[in-house]
Design a protein around this ligand. Structure first.
Ligand SMILES: O=C(O)C1=C[C@@H](OP(=O)(O)O)[C@@H](O)[C@H](O)C1
Ligand SMILES: C=C(OP(=O)(O)O)C(=O)O
Length: 447
């Protein structure tokens, strides 16, 4: 599916989408909390749909209520055999294309004593999972993988032990282990996970926040180097309601669109969120963008902007919107953290260089650094999402002020995180042709 974006001036206000990081965690916490929880503002991206499917496979019952989703996981119990709900799939779960889902739900599936095959689709089949080959056997789980890639076949039950893991490739493995350790029985007074070189730390804050809100046992966080679970830790909040946060990762594209081509207002992004990508506001300020933040909304308007320096090591998903922003900033913008991009839906440092290169933007890569030579204008042309949702959205946003039309091939990649993206920018006045019939997707999930 191709989408063509013509140069446009944006105007009006828009509500940011639901965060898939928050929604997928809510599904995971809802599963292991073994109770009835209500999740408000649920997302409907492909990654969210994958997470809902996984917890249903693992025995949770999801009902779609008027205001939110009811997750009933009273039948889930660590160390027990789970009655698989997905009929002919037997002991199998499918994580779609979601890196977070496979890395978070594999340790949770291993809480049961079932033999389970874990699979995925698209770019996920090439993303590294060898972490599991090394770590799961240390905690009582047998694992077979395809040379560190999918499919995985695991069998628990997982038994928490003191372990040391590497956090440099992704924080997502730690997210899964923290959720699993929170509910699995362990010997002794405490058990800990030591982590070397943890990256994407704010995502762990989000995990701990969701665990707390679902009343799970929350570990002591020793400076992101060790997480200690104490047996006698007091119970945390025991509410049964969780509201999925507005998405700073998808919202970053709206904010950048406003700074490039707008006079818009974005609602639903909380400054008190722990989401890593809240840092986009710092980049916009460093670029001298027209931004004003108040309690209800973030206002953006187009103005002359300057090149800036930014460290995206702990918020790697900001690279694509940052490149779109930097393209319209005068001078050379320097962004650190390129090494975090190699194993996303595409090798994003190179993909950004190549696709934005087609629009006439010079992007240099030098080890962990990216240099974006901005301020010279972009030309509309044919670009390709490379099956990467964030590349499609970055090109679409950059196209709003390019000279001439930009056509994005495989533009539907946005469904992974932000299926309403083209509708939303259209609402703001973007001239978008082609696109996706979202009605089928929105109805796709039946509780
Ligand atoms: O936990 C999460 O929700 C995510 C963590 C980040 O991954 P890494 O920890 O691999 O950087 C991020 O890039 C990904 O899109 C979502
Ligand atoms: C890399 C991403 O997600 P995940 O790792 O969960 O697939 C992303 O959303 O950009």
């Amino acid at each position: 599916m191709k989408v063509t974006i013509s140069p446009s001036a944006l105007k009006g206000d828009i509500l940011a989408p639901a965060s898939k990081s928050s929604m997928q965690r809510a599904c995971a916490a809802g599963l292991v909390a073994a109770k009835r929880s209500v999740v408000y503002n649920p997302g409907h991206s492909n990654d969210d749909i994958a997470a809902m499917g996984i917890i249903q496979s693992l025995g949770a019952i999801i009902e779609k209520g008027n205001e939110g989703l009811v997750i009933d996981s009273t039948g889930f119990s660590p160390a027990a055999e789970v009655a698989f709900m997905n009929g002919d799939q037997g002991g199998a779960i499918n994580c779609g294309e979601s890196g977070l889902s496979i890395r978070m739900f594999t340790p949770l599936a291993a809480l049961t004593s079932n033999k389970i095959t874990i699979n995925g689709e698209g770019s996920l089949v090439t993303r590294p999972m060898d972490f599991f080959d090394e770590i799961l056997p240390q905690i009582g789980v047998t694992v077979e993988s395809n040379g560190g890639k999918l499919p995985l076949v695991i069998q628990g039950p997982l038994q928490p032990k003191n372990i040391t893991i590497d956090g440099s490739l992704s924080s997502q493995f730690l997210t899964g282990l923290l959720l699993a350790y929170a509910v699995a029985p362990f010997e002794g007074d405490s058990v800990s996970i030591k982590v070397n070189n943890l990256k994407s730390k704010p995502y762990i804050d989000l995990t701990l926040d969701v665990m707390k809100k679902f009343g799970l046992k929350v570990p002591e966080n020793k400076n992101y180097e060790e997480f200690v679970f104490h047996k006698d830790a007091p119970a945390t909040e025991t509410t049964s309601n969780y509201t999925v946060e507005g998405d700073w990762s998808g919202g970053a594209f709206l904010l950048v669109a406003g700074a490039i081509a707008g006079n818009i207002s974005v609602r639903g992004l909380s400054m008190s969120s722990t989401q890593a990508d809240k840092k986009i506001t710092e980049a916009l300020m460093a670029a001298n963008a027209g931004i004003a933040i108040d309690a209800k909304a973030i206002q953006l308007h187009q103005t002359e902007m300057n090149a800036f320096e930014f460290d995206a090591t702990d918020c790697p998903d900001l690279f694509p919107p940052l490149v779109a922003l930097a393209a319209y900033c005068n001078g050379v913008t320097k962004i650190k953290g390129v090494s975090r991009l190699a194993h996303k839906e595409s090798d994003r440092g190179i993909t950004l260089q190549e696709e934005f290169g087609k629009m006439g933007l010079k992007v240099d890569l030098d080890g962990d650094l990216m240099y974006v030579h901005g301020g010279n204008g972009l030309k509309g042309t044919l670009v390709h999402s490379r099956h990467d949702h964030r590349i499609a959205m970055a090109c679409a946003v950059a196209a709003l002020r390019a000279e001439g039309d930009t056509t994005i091939e495989e533009a539907y990649a946005v469904n992974k995180s932000y299926p309403d993206f083209y509708d939303h920018i259209k609402t703001l006045g973007a001239r978008v042709k082609g696109g996706i019939d979202l009605s089928a997707l929105k109805e796709g999930f039946k509780g």
